[in-house]
Design a protein around this ligand. Structure first.
Ligand code: F3S
Length: 397
């Protein structure tokens, strides 16, 4: 692989221990994927933040890298295993909290912004069309490639940190024009009606598309919450983190004469939702904000909760700056008056929830996957409105 003088110097350790380790990771990756060189990145989004997933080995590695490692580009963090400020109120074990704080402190020592959100594009890490970035959070990778038109592979935790400490990533995969060509045309016969159905569409394409780059033909262009849900589910279920939607994706794709078609009907969406759901009628917990909720989504939830009292626990995850704006607008007060909880820095999939067998209702197909897998919860899937109604009644109808 061809390296510049500056890159050779980092590899030789002239920029310190962490930069050398980071270059070693990138060069090894580049060789595996036959990259010709490294490409400069405009920003990095790091996953691997929850102590629940990292454990002591991960924390120790971060501590070693933080001794002299400093990021060279804007670098933001994925959700942690708890709300970094309100963890006591949420019943987090103090021993876990102490280790989680150490993880975030190690990242901060390297100059990483402790944003702890999976929607960095909603709070200022917003790449331009065509910009190369190195992001790790799968839902954000799909959003960056497909909605913003940026270029990123789906990085792992170590490779994203390595990109942050060097400002570079190997030029392979979705950084290359010929890897961004659509390979399958998806004809969506019925427009999904809510975020759970957009997630169901992502589930169907992910499972049937075989990891190919999809070109979606939709009756109507979707909005931001729909695109968040679609991309999050699509990648979770094995799809490529690049898809094209006419009128949404900034760079029009080069389209081969005829692509193999894949048709998705309303029955397919309904079947996907049925296949994923296994909850009991009584709902213990309702989780919204996966991916993290926008200000408008918080406003919609607050409006539905106004004057009501929830019978089930209701958690809504969002980025801290979004929560602060919502507080100034009185939205958090309305949600809390109804008994709901707005959490920042975390989500129900990465937090250590020990409630096996309990039933959660969510609009998120990705959240459903992790709620069932990591946290052994039973799940109901439906629109945000239906989930909020279930929280108020304490039952799924
Ligand atoms: Fe974000 Fe957690 Fe969902 S990281 S995409 S809210 S599983």
């Amino acid at each position: 692989m061809e390296l510049t003088d500056a890159e050779q110097a980092m590899l030789a350790g002239e920029a310190g221990f962490a930069a050398r380790k980071a270059m070693e990771i990138l060069v090894a990756l580049g060789r595996i994927y036959e990259a010709e060189d490294l490409v400069q990145v405009g920003s990095v989004q790091i996953a691997g933040v929850s102590y629940h997933n990292l454990g002591d080995a991960g924390l120790q590695w971060l501590g070693e890298m933080a001794e002299d490692g400093r990021v060279r580009v804007l670098t933001t963090l994925n959700p942690a295993g708890m709300d970094l400020q309100d963890w006591e109120r949420h019943g987090i074990d103090p021993a876990f909290a102490a280790q989680q704080q150490r993880v975030v402190q190690a990242y901060e020592a390297m100059g990483v912004a402790p944003t702890c959100t999976c929607t960095p594009y909603l709070i200022g890490n917003l790449p331009a069309p065509g910009e190369h970035v190195a992001w790790a959070e799968s839902s954000a990778v799909a959003y960056a490639n497909s909605v913003l038109g940026a270029r990123t592979n789906r990085e792992g935790g170590p490779s994203a940190l390595a990109a942050a400490l060097t400002g570079r990533t190997p030029r392979y995969g979705l950084h290359l024009d010929h890897e961004r060509v659509p390979e399958v045309e998806v004809v969506v016969e019925a427009t999904p009606r809510d975020t759970s159905e957009w997630g169901a569409l992502g589930h169907v394409i992910g499972k049937r598309g075989g990891g190919r780059v999809a070109l979606l033909q939709l009756p109507d262009a979707p909005g931001m919450p729909a695109l968040k849900s679609l991309g999050a589910a699509l990648v979770t279920f094995g799809g490529s983190p690049l898809y094209y939607v006419d009128g949404v994706t900034p760079q029009p794709p080069w389209v081969p004469v005829k692509l193999p078609p894949l048709t998705v009907t309303r029955d397919d969406l309904r079947d996907a939702l049925r296949e994923l759901a296994d909850g009991d009628e009584a709902v213990d917990l309702v989780c919204l904000g996966c991916p993290h909720a926008s200000l408008q989504e918080l406003a919609d939830i607050a409006e539905q909760l106004r004057g009501a009292t929830v019978q089930s626990e209701l958690w809504i995850s969002t980025a801290r700056p979004t929560a602060e704006a919502a507080r100034r607008l009185g939205l958090i007060e309305t949600i809390e008056a109804a008994g709901g909880v707005v959490m920042s820095d975390t989500c129900f999939a990465v937090a250590p929830i020990d409630r096996p067998g309990q039933t959660v209702a969510t609009d998120s197909v990705k959240g459903c996957y992790y709620g069932r897998g990591h946290n052994k919860l039973k799940v109901h899937l439906g629109s945000v409105e239906r989930c909020v109604a279930a929280a108020i009644r304490g039952r799924w109808a």
